[in-house]
Design a protein around this ligand. Structure first.
Ligand code: GDP
Ligand code: MG
Length: 250
């Protein structure tokens, strides 16, 4: 296969901010675990990012791994949007560079998408899934949001806030991204896929907090942005609309 010309089946989008050497084991773990033909876009905001030389070195060895410059503006949200916009494959996986995601189930996530799922979540809050480390309040809110959306708002999956998710390009292409802050992108797309009546699937995963570097997650600043999509799920349950969902009378 020639990775430069043959479109891959999977594009993985990995936002990075000065991860430096820490990115290498994560990229190697991905390349070793995933059998689906892929391209991995490691998306940085600025040319002087310390991750870039490491990714360029790995690119020489694994051509499917490429550094991709985010030109939409700084921040993790713009980086994820830039990666999604550059994706060539029919399935797009968002994953983190700090070793928090495990890659044993990626091929199964792709298989579920091939079977028709437009969103496949890696879920921490199902049997076989776990969350290890991280700030207690963030964990509590994330689990509470995921489980309440599932039980009370008709969201078919259990973990709306994990950004480690696979999306079909046909879903992304027809769903404008309206998030404004950061990682609330995952809950936005989960709620929109639900309200559109799309098929959602999930596999269990273990999320581990980073062991090096510092988290740039800003709970207080981003919380209202999460709330916007959380509330839309409950409003929309009674009045299914956004972009093509069926209307419901109840
Ligand atoms: N491009 C880009 N990536 C970022 C930025 N902030 C964080 N990231 C990346 O997003 C991922 C998760 O970041 P992290 O700060 O650990 O958030 P947490 O895992 O929720 O604590 C890592 O791959 C980071 O390198 C940013 O401003 N721009
Ligand atoms: Mg992290």
């Amino acid at each position: 296969m020639s990775p430069a010309t043959e479109p891959p089946e999977l594009t993985a989008v990995m936002p990075v901010w000065n991860e430096g050497e820490r990115v290498e084991p994560t990229i190697r773990a991905f390349a070793a675990a995933v059998r689906t033909p892929f391209e991995l876009l490691v998306v940085h905001d600025m040319p002087e990012d310390t991750t870039v030389p490491i990714v360029e070195r790995l690119h020489a060895e694994i051509p499917a791994v490429r550094a991709h410059r985010n030109n939409l503006g700084p921040g993790v949200l713009n980086a994820m949007k830039a990666g999604i916009a550059a994706a060539r494959a029919p399935y797009v996986l968002v994953t983190m560079a700090d070793g928090s995601d495990e890659y044993g189930a990626v091929d199964r996530m792709v298989a579920l998408a091939r079977d028709g799922a437009d969103l496949v979540a890696a879920s921490r809050y199902v049997r076989g899934g776990r969350q290890v480390g991280g700030p207690r309040l963030k964990r509590l809110l994330s689990r509470g949001a995921g489980l309440s959306l599932h039980r009370l708002a008709g969201v078919p999956i259990h973990d709306a806030t994990n950004n480690y998710k696979l999306y079909s390009r046909r879903f992304l292409a027809t769903t404008p991204i309206e998030s404004e802050a950061g990682f609330e992108l995952a809950i936005e797309l989960t709620v929109k896929a639900t309200l559109q009546g799309r098929r959602l699937a999930e596999v269990p995963t273990t999320w581990r907090d980073r062991t090096g570097g510092a988290s740039r997650f800003r709970l207080r600043t981003w919380l209202p942005h999460y709330l916007r999509w959380y509330l839309l799920a409950f409003r929309g349950r009674r009045r299914r609309t956004p972009d093509g969902g069926e209307s419901r009378t109840s």
